[in-house]
Write a protein that binds this ligand. Structure first.
Ligand code: TYM
Length: 329
């Protein structure tokens, strides 16, 4: 049986990118594989959140996971910082990772550009901690969005390097996973880039119908194609990308034809898009608050998951420590 693992940082609220990039694939897989899903609270520390906000951030993301369909009886749900073996493996993998390899990572270069005053070592070694998350459970498949592809490449590199150096096949080489053929990148509604938690260009699973409709109606477009075959404005292309994920193929075809023959009315496209987004997200939204307020249930889910995750991580670390040469006297 395959082992599947994925995680999401513990800041903000889950958005369409998180859902269609990672969560939905995971929810589908949990019926046929051994699945681990965790909240990456250590990764969130790179931006120094206030301690008072930290725990509620974890609780919010956990409630949104569960509302999205993660089943704690099928999957193991846990918080990254409660499995100390992750940090131990992170230290060991850091010894096998070269500074130049990390400096070349696109995500690191982006973070440096956006936040030049906070280039901490945790940001540089972010992919190594992510590799530790994955390898400590010896995962085969990792459902993630396209932005994480390079991190998975580094994870495979470290798995290979460890196995080769210590001459033992401890780690499988995990693959980024999507049910469709390609990994998904959901763009923002501001005409550029990807939808993000901190970019204020997103639709969140907690948004109500009115908010979703307002955000979509305000999304960047142009005044419509004038000549058939003219290149698509990036904002319009983004709306079609989201439509391709949330709507039925015939709906996408219908609007694409209208675009191609220059009769499209963006108001109609946006109304359809908002309705199709709501169809996916509103049933999730309806469950979030009740789960968030059910303290005993959240405690049960996390205690059960933590125990399972620690057992799995301990088993891997026994192999790792043995391979490295840590022996007891
Ligand atoms: P985070 O919280 O930034 O993103 C969580 C997941 O959501 C996906 N995602 C997207 N997918 C498509 N379009 C988007 N606009 C979009 N935005 C986010 C991300 O690809 C990711 O799958 N580093 C991870 C957290 C992590 C992790 C791990 C994941 C830490 N350790 C180990 C998998 C395995 C991250 O980016 O979180």
């Amino acid at each position: 049986m395959k082992t599947v693992l994925s995680g999401i940082r513990s800041t903000g609220h889950l958005h369409l990118g998180n859902y269609f990039g990672a969560l939905r694939n995971f929810v589908q897989l949990q019926h046929k594989a051994k699945c681990y899903f965790f909240i990456a609270d250590l990764h969130s520390l790179t931006t120094h959140p206030k301690p008072v906000d930290f725990h509620s951030g974890v609780k919010t993301i956990l409630s949104e996971y569960l509302a999205s369909g993660l089943d704690p009886e099928k999957s193991t749900l846990f918080v990254q910082s409660s499995v100390p073996q992750v940090c131990e493996l992170y230290v060991l993998l850091n010894m096998l990772t070269y500074k130049g390899e990390l400096e070349r990572t696109t995500s690191f270069k982006d973070k440096v550009r956006l936040n030049p005053d906070n280039v901490n070592a945790g940001l540089l070694t972010y992919p190594v901690l992510m590799a530790a998350d994955i390898l400590v459970h010896r995962a085969d498949w990792v459902p993630v969005g396209k932005d994480q592809e390079q991190h998975l490449e580094i994870t495979r590199l470290l798995a290979r390097r460890f196995n080769k150096l210590y001459e033992v096949p401890v780690f499988p080489e995990p693959e980024a996973y999507n049910f469709g053929s390609d990994l998904v990148k959901i763009p923002g509604l501001d005409g550029s880039g990807k939808m993000g938690k901190s970019e204020e260009n997103g639709i969140y699973l907690v948004d109500d119908q009115k908010t979703i409709t307002k955000k979509v109606m305000r999304a960047v477009t142009d005044s419509g194609p004038v000549v058939p075959g003219s290149p698509m404005n990036p904002g319009v292309a983004n709306l079609f990308t989201i439509l391709g994920v949330v709507s039925e193929p015939e709906v996408v075809r219908y609007f694409r034809e209208q675009y191609d023959n220059c009769t499209i009315r963006y108001g109609d496209l946006k109304k359809q898009l908002a309705a199709d987004i709501c169809r996916h997200t509103l049933p999730i939204k309806a469950r979030i608050e009740e789960i968030y307020n059910n303290g005993p249930y959240l405690k049960y889910v996390i205690e059960k998951g933590t125990e399972e995750a620690r057992t799995s991580a301990r088993a891997t670390m026994e192999l790792v420590r043995d391979a490295v040469g840590f022996k007891s006297f």
